[in-house]
Design a binder for this molecule. Sequence first.
Ligand code: NAP
Length: 456
Amino acid sequence: MEEQQQEHSPKDHYDLVILGASGFTGKYVVREALKFLNTPSSPLKSIALAGRNPAKLHETLKWASHPSPPPPLSIIKTDVSDPSSLKDLCTKTKLVLNCVGPFRLYGEPVVSACVEEGSDYLDICGEPEFMEKMESIYHEKAGERGSLVVSACGFDSIPAEVGLMFNSRQWVSPAVPNLVEAYLSLESEKRIVGNFGTLESAVLGLANMEKLQELRRSRPRRARPVIPGPRPPKGAMIEHQKTIGCWAVKLPSADAVVVRRTLAFLTENPHGLPGVNESDEQIQRRTNFWSTVKPAHFGVKIGSKSLLSIFRIITVGVFMGLLGRISFGRWLLLKFPSFLTLGWFRKNGPTEEEVRSASFKMWFIGHGFSDSSLVSQGNRKPDTEIITRVMGPEIGYSTTPIILLQCALILLSQRDNLPKGGVFPPGIVFGPTDLQERLQENGISFDVISRNALPG
Ligand SMILES: NC(=O)c1ccc[n+]([C@@H]2O[C@H](COP(=O)([O-])OP(=O)(O)OC[C@H]3O[C@@H](n4cnc5c(N)ncnc54)[C@H](OP(=O)(O)O)[C@@H]3O)[C@@H](O)[C@H]2O)c1
């Protein structure tokens, strides 16, 4: 069921539809999208908002366009549990931006409808099980139907994907990286708070870890990249990272898994994925880009200057890990989110001021060899360090909408250069595009911090 706010609203074909626009993240995505609607040189000429509650969608539009009056966007009533409303939605749009989570619960019917109708699909999922399951079920069909399905187009996991590529491209031949570790630091003058939706998704992820392992066991093994040098040792649980001056502990985010999938696709397609209708010049550009990306072992840690904060992070991790495994524990976590996560998640999310005052830094510390021949000569100890950094505004509700919108704009303006269809991680699809430059123009920076020789 579709409502037109004004007569001149687009009737039957939108450049993109934001599904779940009324959600906490969805409304920030709408605000970001409006910045690019009908502006000079923007490919975005028509947007519709979709969700199960039209009144909430109207409120969202008012909030997102404030202080300007709401533009005449179409509001489409869509319930993801109703396949006919999803089919109807997908026949009307080139691209769906899905903000309805947890994706494990609500995502599959949306992917299925997009694939069936040949629409493109991007989401802000951070749930590895959902991403891998969608790949295993829909990859082939999406390829046939010309539907490009890309999850993790938010803070999970584009800063990690593009950030790793950025670091890896600083290793100019004959230099090669061996290990790149990312250290995430969240900063704010106020509190750092996540919305309940993200906690719910994380808790469901914990509950279904076994399912993910099962899924992986049931699928053929993916190709592994050849990484020069020895496999790095595991290291201590709490690391004192002296170079950037912080304490750090492993972050069980989706990032490393998503990066691994991109590296698997790259190993299987060393020149990247051919575009559906590429020019010779574009083929050259894509091939050149991937020839400069060198795979490395990769992991993500969360860091803080204060050891006390690291203990808080560990405490929350232990609470979530233990409680997330049993249904009563999950009930407790979702009933008392703020208490059991020591204030990290709140039922009604962060205030606008809390969002505005937060930011992130992600340091990529790469260790490798100044000359790849050193490895074949039996040299096992990296002799070079390259540090790069990605930096931007608050992760969930500022950076995520910025990234999602830039991916959408690339999709709308450079569709010929992207694969015809399939289910892919974002790095392999957007790596050779101008995504990094676009992020930089929109407040997310990429810098080389230092190159050092390591003591022998
Ligand atoms: N990648 C990242 O870094 C990142 C950042 C932020 C969020 N996320 C993810 O984004 C997801 C959403 O988070 P959130 O905090 O925005 O959650 P939220 O506020 O609960 O929003 C959920 C949205 O889904 C809609 N929805 C629920 N059931 C539906 C149905 N049956 N049919 C249609 N729409 C339905 C809700 O509609 P109503 O308004 O009608 O209830 C709402 O619009 C989570 O999975 C979260 O982890 C990821």
